[in-house]
Design a protein around this ligand. Structure first.
Ligand code: IMP
Length: 429
């Protein structure tokens, strides 16, 4: 069986939604294994645009969707999203969506703490999505989480809420934010139980049965390697492991099940939120990339910071993320630029480095080392074969392959699912 995992190779927003949708049509099951509703995947199918945050993209293609235990799940966000896509004509219910019974929940106190913390950090804020993702993961490793399965045990739920509130209210009090009372939370969770529990499942077993039947599983990553809690630009990161290795732990399967790993990268670079971004542009080219590439956050609407493709960073993401091949997206946004730059390394305190250093000060001090390449005349928009690309565009892609030490396995040339140049079927292994 050849499974496929898709991860972001930059700072997120690489266009994973479209790629995952393309792959989902070839898969039997699509699994989310980390993150939560901080993710935003846009899928364009014909004239309809679907904006998904929590739902595995396979639901659009009528495939079985699984939310793995590695996700932090906001039930209100989930049901709002289900209603939204149902209104767009999609059929979503317990028959085609399973949620790991051991998935930790995001409760209203998590976004409250997330926002209070960000406000307290002031200028130094992380720039989180304010969805409570970090505090929910903290509770998971702090062994305080309320998990989906707890909804079936009112006594457990009540005791766990006491423990959770003791912790959170102390923090909220310290931050001068309003505290939470137990009864409204308990009532809400008890009311939620009959709606959420029908989706609860031992998804490890479901995936094991799928393996035995030779089904194809697509693991859908959210965010990206440079936002990984261990390997990203810490502390300006999200709170989960976004690397392909986490697909196993976050779904409840063995590492051998992950299969081929695709890293998605834009032909340039963007970032939302704070943190180091060595190849960032502050000039007209940066503004052009933002406008032409419509670089506004799907979840928060924030304008994204834009810059040149950082091959040193993507190479690092390829190594750490376990990427077998890249999918390059939004090449058309570079159409018409007279010349292009690619970051190939950094100067840090006078020393040349091939990888971004780990220290906060060193990361902030890293200056990009650029290589310049000619741009191309004409358009790459909507190209469906390499033959349709200008020679300079092909050279740009080839140079990226050399620098990041991974082949480009697919090119995406417009938001339309069919405007894809697939050089290899990743499910073929
Ligand atoms: P959090 O995940 O909400 O805690 O935010 C932490 C950092 O990750 C911030 O810089 C966010 O902008 C960034 N982030 C979280 N989710 C996404 C995403 O889906 N795309 C891009 N950036 C994200």
């Amino acid at each position: 069986m050849a499974n496929v995992a898709v991860i972001g190779a930059q700072w997120g927003d690489e266009g994973k939604g479209k790629v995952v949708d393309w792959l989902a049509s070839r898969a039997d099951i699509v699994v989310r294994f980390q993150g939560g509703h901080n993710a935003g995947h846009t899928l364009v199918v014909g004239n309809t645009t679907y904006k998904l945050s929590l739902l595995p993209s396979g639901v659009v293609r009528g495939k079985l969707g699984i939310i793995g235990n590695g996700v932090v799940l906001d039930p209100d966000a989930l049901f709002a999203e289900i209603e939204r896509v149902r209104a767009q004509g999609l059929d979503v219910g317990p028959h085609n969506l399973r949620i790991a019974e051991n998935t930790p929940l995001i409760l209203p106190l998590h976004p409250a703490l997330d926002r209070a913390r960000e406000a307290a950090r002031g200028e130094d804020k992380i720039g989180t999505t304010g969805r409570g993702i970090g505090p929910a993961y903290e509770d998971k490793v702090g062994r305080r989480s309320i998990r989906v399965c707890d909804l079936a045990e009112p006594a457990t739920l009540s005791a766990k809420l006491d423990e959770l509130l003791l912790h959170h209210n102390s923090l909220l009090r310290g931050l001068g934010a309003p505290e939470f009372g137990k009864q409204p939370l308990l009532d809400a969770l008890l009311a939620l139980a009959p709606r959420l529990l029908p989706y609860a499942s031992a998804v490890g077993e479901v995936l094991d049965a799928a393996r035995a039947e030779g089904k194809r599983v697509l693991f859908e990553g959210a965010q990206a390697v440079m936002l990984d809690v261990d390997h990203g630009t810490y502390p300006y990161v999200t709170s989960s492991n976004t690397v392909a290795g986490n697909a196993a732990a976050g779904a409840g399967v063995g590492p051998a099940q992950i299969g081929t790993v695709l890293g998605i990268a834009k032909a340039y670079a963007t970032r939302v939120g704070s943190g180091p971004f060595p190849s960032e542009l502050f000039d007209d080219v940066g503004r052009m990339l933002g406008e032409k590439g419509r670089e506004f956050g799907t979840v928060t609407g924030r304008p994204r910071r834009c810059g040149w493709f950082d091959a040193a960073m993507v190479r690092q993401a390829v190594k750490i993320g376990g990427v077998d091949g890249l999918v390059l997206t939004k090449l058309d946004v570079l159409d018409g630029l007279p010349e292009l730059k690619i970051c190939v390394g950094y100067k840090v305190d006078g020393e040349t480095m091939r990888r971004l250093p780990a220290g906060m000060r060193a990361q902030a001090a890293a200056e990009p080392i650029f290589e310049t390449m000619p741009g191309w005349p004409g358009s790459t928009f909507g190209a469906r074969s390499y033959g349709e690309l200008p020679a300079e565009a092909v050279k740009y892609v080839r140079r990226i392959e050399e620098l990041v030490e991974a082949p480009v396995m697919m090119l995406s040339t417009s938001p339309d699912r069919d405007d894809t140049i697939a050089l290899r079927d990743p499910f073929a292994g």
